[in-house]
Design a protein around this ligand. Structure first.
Ligand SMILES: Nc1ncnc2c1ncn2[C@@H]1O[C@H](COP(=O)(O)OP(=O)(O)OP(=O)(O)O)[C@@H](O)[C@H]1O
Ligand SMILES: [Mg+2]
Length: 511
């Protein structure tokens, strides 16, 4: 441990984990981790992608079995065989990729697994609905619990699981990157809920790559690196740069390594692009070689929809698209790719899964090009070149483990995202649309990805950067477009742009 704890205001720990180990084929994911949590304590758990955070939480909460070590819960040794056994004992895991039973209502998802009710068979009784409503309103949400889970987004799915935890009287909730898919307003709401739960004596483990959020609500922070707990900070010793240093074992000098590169001719021009649903309204813009064009807006402002309409994934109602001065007709994502426009979807994890399963998915054309990266399907001719390419991306993006033969499904959440980015970069397109490219990525790798963007710009590629992280947009872009309600409402040059101006444009109605 780098830091000893000076004072400790909490009483007896309710959870004690001693020397926990977990191996997977080819990787030791957790190497003798020990942690403690007291009643009503929020403990942050931070670390690089692949550090072992999710694995540790899963071992504690019965999702997977540990290989060695001891877990004490409320003073007794335990080893839960399943998440439901853990939940019955008061421990709830809210995973990184939330899966609700989609055809059940919110209310059913809250009560799932309760013995008193014949499962899935009858409709909710009004009593259950009332309890569900009550639980949701305790969490500050006014929401009809009869709505089917497939209709709700990540934010409400999380809240459903938290309501479930409350219903089962959970004393410990492990939240695995709960904020990575949320917009700023939803993040604040979730952090408020966490503080509320804490005041009721509920303990929480909070995993997040957004260290500032962790620092905001946590009482203590553990830093995990390469399977081990390497540092511990308590509230009065929180220090952002110290925490980051412990995470990545090196210092980051420049979080936004933007460099000036020559800006060339217009490579993409979009005129009056509209979709059929009013989510994209008369969007016009252009982007030049060497330019990083930031696209900012609050969640729902139409940024992603614009990108998806542009690449032909969504239906275009009107609009003209010119690539290198020539008008092109893009009907589907493979057309876009043929004209050198590649899109990195917001949810890369989904993209990777889709790659394997859904034929008409936009990612298939990328897969076709990138098969070369898939070492298992290598043609003998390109063996060394392709392996070299894979290794290059593993190095640049710090994909862990550094093993080109590992299947994507066995990578940690963040590393899957990096693998998706590698696939896109290998597509050799000249126009790259990156939708939230640093979401769910650890701080060190964020910087690597930003450096990569600058390198790509220097090679003469044009980059459209869609990001909700305002400092990232401001510091990495040459020009920034702000969207609101499907329209581009403002444009700022790098010199003009300030956080205040951009937020104002993104939120305020001018009329
Ligand atoms: N089911 C599995 N099979 C094989 N290896 C796995 C499996 N799950 C995780 N790993 C490996 O264990 C290591 C730790 O992964 P883990 O998911 O715990 O990381 P993490 O800290 O949660 O990362 P992230 O921030 O990217 O979510 C990684 O090297 C990962 O590839
Ligand atoms: Mg994880």
């Amino acid at each position: 441990m780098d830091k000893a704890m000076s004072s400790y205001e909490f009483s007896q720990p309710i959870l004690v984990v001693e020397n926990l180990w977990k191996k997977f084929p080819g990787v030791v994911a957790v190497k003798g981790a020990s942690i403690k949590i007291s009643e009503g304590e929020i403990v942050g758990l931070v670390g690089e992608n692949g550090a072992g955070k999710s694995t540790l939480l899963k071992c504690i909460t019965g999702v997977i079995r540990k290989d060695a070590g001891r877990i004490f819960w409320l003073g007794h040794p335990v080893d839960f065989h399943s998440p439901s056994e853990a939940l019955k004992n008061g421990i709830m895991y809210v995973p990184q990729d939330i899966v609700l039973v989609k055809n059940l209502s919110i209310s059913d998802n809250i009560f799932l697994g309760m013995e008193t009710k014949p499962l899935l068979s009858i409709k909710e009784t009004s009593r259950e609905l009332n309890i569900a409503k009550q639980l949701l309103s305790e969490l500050g949400i006014d929401f009809d619990p009869r709505i089917k889970s497939r209709e709700v987004g990540v934010a409400l799915a999380q809240i459903t699981l938290i309501a479930r935890a409350l219903h089962f009287k959970a004393k410990l909730i492990a939240l695995d990157e709960p904020t990575s898919a949320l917009g700023p307003i939803e993040v604040d709401r979730l952090l408020d809920i966490m503080v509320k739960l804490k005041s009721r004596g509920i303990s929480m483990i909070f995993v997040s790559h957004k260290i500032e959020e962790v620092v905001k609500v946590a009482d203590r922070i553990y830093v995990m690196r390469d399977g081990e707990i390497v540092a511990e900070f308590n509230k009065n010793t929180f220090n952002l740069s110290e925490i980051i240093k412990a995470m990545i074992a090196r210092e980051i000098k420049e979080f936004f390594p933007k460099e000036k590169v020559p800006i060339g001719e217009i490579i993409l021009e979009v005129k009056d692009l509209s979709d059929y649903y009013g989510l994209v309204k008369n969007v016009s813009f252009n982007v030049r070689r060497g330019e990083i064009l930031g696209l900012y807006g609050i969640v729902g402002s139409g940024r992603t929809e614009t990108a998806l309409t542009l690449i032909g994934y969504r239906y275009r109602k009107e609009g003209e698209i010119y690539v290198k001065g020539v008008r092109v007709n893009i009907e589907k994502p493979s057309d876009a790719l043929r004209y050198g426009i590649a899109y990195l979807p917001e949810d890369w994890r989904l993209a990777l899964v889709y790659l394997l399963t859904i034929k008409e998915n936009m990612s298939i054309p990328i897969l076709q090009i990138l098969k070369k990266l898939n070492i298992g399907l290598l043609s003998p001719i390109n063996l060394s070149a392709e392996k070299e390419l894979a290794l290059k991306f593993i190095e640049t993006l710090r994909i862990a483990p550094r093993d080109p033969y590992r299947k994507a499904m066995y990578l940690s959440g963040g590393n899957r995202q990096k693998a998706a980015l590698a696939k896109l970069l290998a597509s050799k397109a000249d126009i790259l649309i990156l939708d939230e490219p640093t979401h769910g990525i650890d701080v060190g790798t964020k910087v690597e990805i930003r450096k990569l963007m600058v390198d790509l710009a220097r090679e003469g590629k044009a980059i459209i950067l869609i990001s909700s992280e305002l400092p990232e947009v401001i510091n990495m872009s040459d020009r920034i477009l702000v969207m609101r309600e499907g329209r581009i409402v403002a444009e700022f040059s790098r010199e003009q742009a300030t956080e205040e101006k951009i937020v104002k444009a993104a939120i305020l109605k001018t009329s």
